[in-house]
Structures are given as C-alpha cells and as structure tokens.
Design a protein around this ligand. Structure first.
Ligand SMILES: C[S@@+](CC[C@H](N)C(=O)[O-])C[C@H]1O[C@@H](n2cnc3c(N)ncnc32)[C@H](O)[C@@H]1O
Length: 300
C-alpha cells in the first residue's frame, strides 16, 4: 500500500523553494512564502502557525498556477499585484516598473530638501506658508510622487509619465491611498515638454530610465522579458534621458530649487563627461552598497 503524503503548508513551502531555486530564483523561499500567503489570503506569519495543516484545494490550485508562472520568470510582484515601498503598499502591473528599494534613497533626500527649503523660506519671510511645488518625472506606479505627498503635506505634486497606462495605475494608487485631489495632479508628457512655459518647481525628482541598450541585453530574464522596456532603457549610452531632463530642468526650476535624480553608479562616476551646462552638482548620495545612487543639482 502506498501512503500519499499530505501537501501541508510546510511541505508546499519546502518543495516550492527547491523548485524555484532550480528555476533560477535568487529568493526562492521568500517567493514561495509570498505566493502561498497570497493564494491562501493570509499573512506570511500565519503560514508558520498553520505549518502542519493542509490548505483547501482552491488555495493549492491558485498557488500551483502562480508557482508555474514564477518558474517561467514572472516577477512575484506582478503575480500578487502589489509591492511595498517606503511606508505604503502600491499596486503594480506589467505597465510599470516594480519599485526598487534603492529609490527610497531618492525619497529620503527629497524629503530632507523639501523640509530645508520650507524652513529657509520661513526664516526669510516670517509668514511664508506656501505649498512647495514638486514634479516627479517618470512616475510609473506613482511611488515617489505619492510618498512625497503623504509624508510631506506642505507640497503639491505633479506626476508625469509618457505612458498613459502607467499614469492610470499611479492615479489608482493615489486614490487608494486617499490623497486629496488638489495635492497630486497627473500629466502625460515627454519629460517636461508639456509643462506650462514659466511654470516653476521647487523640486524636480526623477527615477528615469538609465540603462544603456547593451546593459539591457545583459539583464536578468525576469526583468528584461517582464518589466516595460520604456521604464528601463534610455538609449545607446544610458544617460540620454538624464541629459535631456537636466537641460529642460534649467527652465523649470525655482531659483533656489533642486533637481534630484536616481541613476546608476557608473553614470555618476563619469558625471563630468556628460553633465550638460546650467546646473551644478551639489551632492551625490550613496546607496547601502556605498555606490553613488542619487544626484542633487541646483541652478548654476
Ligand atoms: C525607471 S521607471 C521609474 C518608475 C517609478 N518612478 C519608480 O521609481 O518606480 C521610469 C519611468 O519613466 C517613464 N518614462 C520613460 N520615458 C519617459 C519620457 N520620455 N518622459 C516621461 N516619462 C518617461 C516610464 O514610463 C517609467 O514609468
């Protein structure tokens, strides 16, 4: 007589971890836990309190389907439909880049600058209580624009993207997080080209596409085949959109404003070779690996 082993939560996790590892996942155990808790509609921690129980057939079927797609390379965030960033959970889909932890450095720097700007202006004109105007170029799922607006209420944010589908998701995320409509606006535009002439921003922030065509060809399959090329590739050198944004920003920055961009450490290493005139680099902030990740620029 053969005894069929029960597919308990514990056994499902062990089997799936091994299977995803063999299929190239570098975070197989975490993937298995996130997918199983999503399929069973529970918190990850609950998997450990139900370790020896067998999930429903419905839960196991939903899990099996997601594991199959994960093994083919689909990122976990697209399978479950969300990703955590800073203090919120954002909806994501294949129209937008999956938020990366490095981008939190840009948000932290931008929040510091925003507070500094307000304090300096208040000192200068005792009664200044105007909202700061911030523009997020290439907003994608809206993580930067929405996080700045939720963490710093004294600002209005214009969130720009070239992709209508990305803007639709960013708007949905802003609605879910219940941001007041007047605090965040959305604009479909090629960088700043659709902004009103004469419009001035105190901060222009951006995590633009900064990968070169050659780097793109070398990317991990799960990024290259699943995330939007428009969100990743800039052109032959990787800095094309950054250069264009810096040139445009000169006309849209307030006199004491800042342009803050995320880019690759390689691009910051050779910044003096490609930085267009009109702006001065004030600071390069390093990421947790000690590599240049966020550049802060002001008008020359
Ligand atoms: C690297 S993703 C960043 C998305 C999001 N801000 C984040 O940090 O996760 C770059 C975004 O820029 C948008 N984009 C690409 N080219 C653009 C352009 N010329 N003008 C405006 N947005 C652009 C893409 O659609 C994408 O949403």
């Amino acid at each position: 007589m053969t005894v069929t082993e029960t597919w308990t939560v514990g056994r499902l996790l062990t089997w799936t971890t091994e299977y995803l590892q063999k299929n190239g996942s570098q975070s197989a155990r975490l993937d298995a836990e996130v997918l199983l808790s999503h399929a069973l509609e529970c918190q990850r921690i609950e998997l450990y309190t139900t370790f020896d129980t067998e999930p429903s057939d419905e839960g196991k079927t939903a899990f099996r389907e997601m594991v199959r797609r994960r093994a083919e390379g689909t990122p976990v965030a697209y399978l479950v439909g969300y990703k955590e960033f800073y203090a919120e959970t954002f909806e994501v889909n294949p129209d937008v880049l999956i938020p990366r932890p490095e981008t939190e450095h840009l948000v932290v720097e931008a929040l510091d600058r925003a507070k500094e700007l307000v304090a300096t202006r208040q000192q200068a004109e005792a009664s200044s209580d105007e909202q700061l105007n911030i523009c997020d170029v290439g907003t994608g799922s809206g993580i930067i624009a929405i996080t700045l607006a939720t963490q710093f209420s004294e600002c209005n944010v214009l969130a720009i993207d070239k992709s209508a589908a990305a803007l639709e998701l960013a708007e949905l995320n802003a609605t879910k997080i219940e941001l007041p409509h007047e605090q965040i606006q959305f604009l479909q535009s090629d960088l700043l080209s659709e902004c009103q002439p004469g419009q001035k921003f105190d901060l222009i922030v951006s995590n633009p596409p900064y990968i070169s065509e050659a780097e793109y060809r070398e990317l991990n399959k799960s990024v290259r085949e699943f995330e939007p090329e428009l969100a990743l590739v800039s052109g032959p050198d990787g800095n094309e959109l950054l250069v264009e944004l810096m040139q445009q920003a000169v006309n849209f920055l307030a006199p004491d404003g800042f342009l803050m961009v995320e880019a690759s450490p390689m691009l910051f290493d050779r910044l003096s070779d490609w930085q267009p005139p009109g702006l001065v680099c004030e600071k390069i902030t390093k990421d947790l690996a000690g590599l240049g990740r966020v550049g802060t620029f002001r008008l020359a």
